[in-house]
Write a new protein. Structure first.
Length: 150
């Protein structure tokens, strides 16, 4: 049996999204010399220790985050509708998961955007190790969830 035929349009949203992430990370690096690590940018806006919190960076950090928040709205304007999203986890589980991810990004000195998009592109050994741990934890989590959840 052959797989159903897919066209370029099936992959276009993911391709454009990836290109936009890469372009924004590249522009931030070229124009300001800074890495687009979202956890560090958010820490800077919230003025947490370890964030990019120098006085002149707060506005730039806030505008970068605002651009991230406006992305779905721009998608809606372009596509005419919201994408369908189905979340099967409870609100409590989502809160715990979010806190664990937040703790992990602080512990790992960065998140997937900083290490995965920017760090790997710079051939950073530290980012390679971090991304390996991120992916390993993700694989283990899915394996355990399927093992326990049926």
């Amino acid at each position: 049996m052959s797989a159903p035929a897919t066209g370029l349009l099936d992959y276009l949203p993911a391709l454009l999204g990836g290109a936009m992430i890469g372009l924004s990370a590249t522009l931030l690096l070229l124009l300001s010399g800074r890495i687009a690590g979202i956890s560090g940018i958010l820490a800077g806006v919230l003025r947490l220790p370890g964030g990019g919190g120098r006085a002149g960076r707060w506005l730039g950090n806030a505008l970068f985050l605002l651009g991230l928040l406006l992305g779905p709205w721009l998608y809606r304007l372009a596509a005419g509708d919201w994408p369908t999203v189905r979340i099967e986890a409870s609100a409590g589980l989502l809160v715990v998961a979010g806190l664990l991810v937040g703790f992990g990004t602080r512990l790992g000195s960065g998140c997937t955007s900083g290490h995965g998009v920017c760090g790997l592109a710079r051939l950073s050994p530290r980012s390679l190790a971090a991304v390996g741990l991120f992916l390993g934890a993700a694989v283990a989590t899915v394996f355990l969830q399927r093992l326990v959840g049926g």
